[in-house]
Design a protein around this ligand. Structure first.
Ligand SMILES: NC(=O)C1=CN([C@@H]2O[C@H](COP(=O)(O)OP(=O)(O)OC[C@H]3O[C@@H](n4cnc5c(N)ncnc54)[C@H](OP(=O)(O)O)[C@@H]3O)[C@@H](O)[C@H]2O)C=CC1
Ligand SMILES: CC(C)CCC[C@@H](C)[C@H]1CC=C2C3=C(CC[C@@]21C)[C@@]1(C)CC[C@H](O)C(C)(C)[C@@H]1CC3
Length: 624
């Protein structure tokens, strides 16, 4: 790198994207095409940074020193976070450390006469060298030396704006423990306003600028192309197969004439349904929830009124049925409704790809910005495409397909009654309907929790999710109910009871683990989580290492899989078809788990390895 400002091997200070935090990093290389430096953090995390986000160690020291001086001269110019009563300083778990940090702040940035008072009001974040802290057993309230409370965030970083610590020696360039003081009283933490929690929670966004070097999933361009062709073909196969009297693997369906796929009325219904859901989403009813801090430094707001949308949709559908609407139309025109939804998802994907071309680097997903057209089209380039406040990804994932899933299931129950001349749906049909209804309603009730899932935080919005949300979910997740319409499977009471128990166990694990992680990510200081052990990471975020997330690395997947089993069991063992969902789901979740492992490895470096060594099983206890 001859004419570059920084050379490979240089030790410099790198800004964490989207924040004012600087870490000591080593320059590994420079990519002339993307004009990004690849840097490595002390814990092994590699990121790509722009030149303006890098500073030489000397300039960093000068800058921090001058800030320190100006802070001590004009207290009024300090950031106002200490002024809110909810943000009063918290008691440190270690008096020694608190004293050491206090000394550092008082000596270096404020005259001692004012020191004490100022300290009480000062920023919640303080810095002290990590080596010193790690040696103190009193600090470590876990049995494992790697496991500490969220407050013990080990980070090789210096918060330029907040730290107010003199950069007086090589000390600041080494490893620091960036910790937050505990609240005076836990309840305050729990009651804190979202904007206050924001600042208290992880100090840095989770990843770097969209990197063209992020490894490609699914075998890159070719794999994405194969999947793009295979997935609709597979949906078609399932839809045709389920209508066969004998849907076994030895009895494959024949392709119907092409004109049967197209029905303008079906397309009309699909469009009306999507627009109806869009209308409900935009109504100023329900909570406004904040998403995670993005790489761009922004935090988006979402209208989480999914449960409201569900209730209104149910009421409107019930009214339509009361007025004579025949829901069994959905069963008899399933193929046409599927192809209409496919068309909509295709058009949406093209729109998403085209608009992603005019987005900035930091608005793109790390995984869908490879420069490979097919791959990026499939994976999705833009992380959070929005039309004004209307978030397309959030909406599609949580509304038309998900609520449509329940509508289709109800239609299947009516079709079963009609086809089998029953006065009420069969027990198997009721179980499938109720189980999946619980799943969907739970998702909508806890809609906010979706904001800390991979799809919302990391994945771009492209064909994979557009097709997944609008076609895959409503037309393949309803397969069990669809199967039962013409393949009855009577259940004995003991079997029925056993299936219900299985579902409840799965649901308990799924809900508890998802809520635990969501609550922790939203407010690491939540007193209800204070018993949990955590592993600090260089990003300022911690990883849960006890509770549900200490049993396996994806307890939520475990619960989901148990539930999937309970959804297939009511269909019996006559055919493999209704078991397709659990087979697909196992593959999806194992693949998702490895995608997440790679993403977390990139995000958290050695801290993630530490987590994996501590929590050794991936999804199923006892299975690596
Ligand atoms: N029905 C269906 O078709 C599907 C359902 N699902 C369900 O959706 C839910 C969400 O799944 P998904 O988005 O894949 O993944 P998760 O909700 O498990 O999210 C993964 C993220 O959680 C954070 N995390 C991982 N380990 C820890 C830890 N120990 N402590 C704290 N945070 C941790 C990391 O993000 P960070 O650290 O950045 O916060 C990681 O990237 C699951 O319940 C899953 O079963 C998923 C796919 C399909
Ligand atoms: C087409 C591909 C082969 C796969 C596409 C995957 C998508 C269908 C799924 C990715 C993550 C999902 C989630 C749910 C539905 C399926 C998709 C979109 C979810 C909304 C179901 C309801 C749950 O309660 C949830 C936790 C909110 C789920 C979040 C992830």
């Amino acid at each position: 790198m001859p004419s570059l400002k920084y050379q490979a091997g240089d030790k410099v200070m790198g800004r964490w994207p989207g924040s004012s935090l600087y870490y000591e990093v080593k320059v590994l290389g420079y990519d002339a095409k993307s004009r990004l430096y690849t840097v490595i953090y002390k814990d092994g995390t590699e990121l790509e940074l722009k030149e303006q986000d890098i500073m030489s160690v000397t300039s960093f020291q000068q800058r921090t020193r001058s800030r320190s001086r100006s802070n001590s001269r004009s207290p009024g110019r300090r950031r106002s976070r200490s002024r809110s009563p909810a943000r009063t300083t918290r008691r440190s778990s270690s008096r020694t450390t608190a004293a050491a940090a206090a000394a550092a702040v008082a000596t270096d940035s404020t005259p001692s006469s004012r020191g004490d008072k100022k300290l009480k009001q000062a920023a919640e974040i303080k810095i002290s060298p990590i080596q010193q802290q790690e040696k103190k057993p009193a600090e470590n309230n876990s049995n494992n030396k790697h496991e500490k409370k969220e407050e013990n965030n080990m980070a090789s970083k210096v918060n330029e704006a907040d730290a107010k610590v003199e950069v007086d020696s090589e000390k600041n360039l080494g490893r620091y423990n960036l910790r937050r003081r505990k609240e005076d009283g836990d309840s305050k933490a729990a009651e804190a306003k979202p904007e206050e929690r924001e600042e208290r929670s992880s100090a840095a966004p989770p990843a770097a600028a969209a990197a063209s070097s992020t490894p490609l999933d699914f075998g890159g361009n070719i794999g994405a192309l194969v999947l793009m062709l295979f997935l609709p073909a597979w949906v078609l196969f399932l839809v045709l197969q389920v209508n066969q009297k004998d849907p076994s693997l030895t009895n494959l369906p024949t392709l119907p004439p092409l004109e049967t796929f197209w029905d303008p009325q079906a397309l009309g219904f699909v469009i009306i349904w999507i627009f109806f859901q869009a209308l409900l989403y935009t109504l100023p009813v329900g909570k406004l929830s904040e998403g995670v801090l993005l790489r761009s430094g922004r935090r988006l707001t979402y209208r989480t009124n999914g449960f409201f949308a569900f209730v209104v949709s149910a009421a409107v559908v019930a009214a339509a049925v009361y007025q004579g609407a025949d829901l069994t139309y959905i069963h008899s025109h399933f193929l046409q409704l599927t192809s209409a939804s496919f068309l909509v998802s295709m058009l949406l994907s093209v729109y998403l790809y085209v608009r992603s071309r005019s987005t900035g680097l930091d608005e793109r997903a790390l995984g869908g910005n490879s420069g490979k057209v097919i791959y990026d089209f499939f994976k999705g380039r833009e992380l959070n495409p929005r039309i004004k406040e209307f978030d397309l990804k959030f909406f599609c994932e949580m509304r038309p397909g998900l609520i449509g899933w329940c509508l289709i299931n109800v239609a299947m129950a009516l079709a079963e009654m009609k086809q089998q001349k029953l006065d009420a749906p069969s027990y198997s049909m009721i179980l499938v309907n109720v189980f999946q209804l619980i799943y969907v309603v739970d998702g909508l009730w806890n809609e906010e929790a979706i904001l800390t899932t991979m799809d919302l935080m990391d994945d771009g919005f492209g064909y994979m999710l557009a097709f997944g949300d609008l076609v895959w979910v409503p037309f393949t997740y309803t397969l069990q109910a669809n199967y039962l319409v013409s393949h009855p499977n009577p259940l004995s009471l003991p079997v029925l009871t056993a299936i219900v128990v299985l579902k409840l166990v799965g649901f308990y694990i799924f809900r508890k683990s998802n809520s635990e992680k969501n609550a922790f990510r939203r407010n690491p200081a939540d007193p209800r989580l204070s018993h949990l052990k955590t592993i600090p990471t260089a990003t300022g975020k911690s990883l849960l290492v006890s509770g549900w997330w200490g049993v396996v690395r994806h307890p939520n997947y475990l619960g989901d899989l148990i539930m999937a089993l309970a959804w297939s069991l009511p269909c019996g063992f006559s055919h493999l078809l209704p078991w397709y969902y659990i087979i697909y789901f196992l593959i999806l979740l194992v693949h998702r788990d490895s995608r997440d492992m790679n993403a977390c490895r990139r995000k958290y470096g050695s801290a993630w390895d530490k987590y994996c060594r501590t929590v050794r099983y991936r999804i199923i206890p006892g299975v690596y």
